[in-house]
Design a protein. Structure first.
Length: 280
């Protein structure tokens, strides 16, 4: 069992949890993830290791409450425990050789995954600009954490209610056209966001790493659930990723595959909501 030591509500649909997991905390590197199961009936669900404290033996997860498993996880509090936590899984993020200036782009809850990347690169002494995009001011997360761990933070909202009005791709294009030269861009967020960041960076010939979120089951390369097409070849995101060269990824296929269970997920979500409300 893995004990939750801290729980913070970051916005109405995003929660941060610190969980006791000394083995994972001792080994985790930026870009890696865990797979958890809340209980015996639980699905196996991947979440990125947003932070870890090697001395305390804890890892931090930041998750959006979207369906059954994340609703069940969010129903727990500090002091409660979850059944399984496997990790660290996946390959750590690897920058192109010699990169000095990078732009880390996060969209929505993708900022939770972008944050450890920005923090690690900034602490290695690189110049790290962060572009963080949200739909509106009320769902902005991790602003202070990013500010403390990057050279410059550009916060954008789609509706202009906070920071710069517009999409992260607009802010990125503006910076590149103003003469800022990036050795690499790391983009993490909704699939359409990553796809269109790659359109911009391809135009300017900038290496781009994306962190993919296909449906995962075992997380060890055996079930094939997480397969994605990269450079025309089938790759397993759980063991060969989740980071890939964004200019080579078939984003449209990934989007189709992620939607395959939508109806069943919606049914389960309603059922879980009713169960959780019934248990209050
Ligand atoms: C490597 C990786 C890291 C991730 N890191 C984070 C993170 O740090 N924070 C965060 O909020 N989300 C993260 N996700 C997405 C997260 O796994 C899904 O939101 C979660 O699985 C939803 O499960 P659910 O039962 O709550 O929702 P469901 O209703 O079951 O599903 C909602 C949507 O989540 C996705 N999903 C469902 N089951 C899985 C699964 N087993 N594997 C992957 N995706 C699934 C599908 O796109 C689905 O349409 C990550 C995904 C991957 C692959
Ligand atoms: S999750 Fe099963 S092969 Fe990757």
């Amino acid at each position: 069992m893995f004990r939750i030591v801290n729980k913070t509500v970051l916005n109405p649909s995003v929660t941060r949890m610190e969980i006791e997991a000394p083995y994972i905390a001792g080994k985790a590197l930026p870009g890696q993830f865990v797979i958890f199961r809340v209980d015996e009936q639980g699905e196996r669900v991947p979440l990125t290791i947003a932070d870890c404290d090697r001395e305390q033996g804890t890892i931090t997860l930041i998750f959006q409450i979207v369906g059954t498993s994340t609703m069940k996880l969010n129903a727990l509090d500090a002091g409660d425990s979850i059944l399984d936590l496997a990790g660290p899984l996946g390959l750590p993020t690897k920058l192109p050789e010699g990169a000095r200036r990078v732009c880390v782009i996060g969209g929505g809850v993708g900022c939770a995954i972008a944050y450890p990347q920005a923090k690690a690169l900034f602490r290695q002494g690189l110049t790290v600009d962060v572009i963080a995009g949200f739909r509106s001011k009320d769902i902005v997360i991790l602003e202070d954490e990013f500010r403390a761990n990057c050279t410059e933070l550009i916060l954008c909202t789609d509706d202009g209610s906070y920071g710069k009005k517009g999409f992260v791709t607009d802010a990125l294009r503006e910076r590149i056209e103003s003469g800022v030269q990036y050795d690499c861009v790391i983009a993490i967020g909704p699939i359409p966001m990553m796809k269109f960041v790659c359109v911009v960076t391809k135009e300017f010939g900038i290496r781009t790493i994306v962190s993919l979120n296909p449906i995962m089951v075992d997380g060890t390369g055996m079930c094939g659930g997480c397969r994605v097409t990269v450079g025309g070849k089938t790759r397993y995101a759980c063991v060969e990723g989740p980071d890939f060269d964004g200019h080579e990824v078939d984003f449209d296929e990934l989007m189709r595959r992620n939607g395959v269970f939508r109806e069943r997920e919606a049914e389960c979500r309603m059922l879980t909501q009713a169960q959780l409300e019934g248990g209050k």
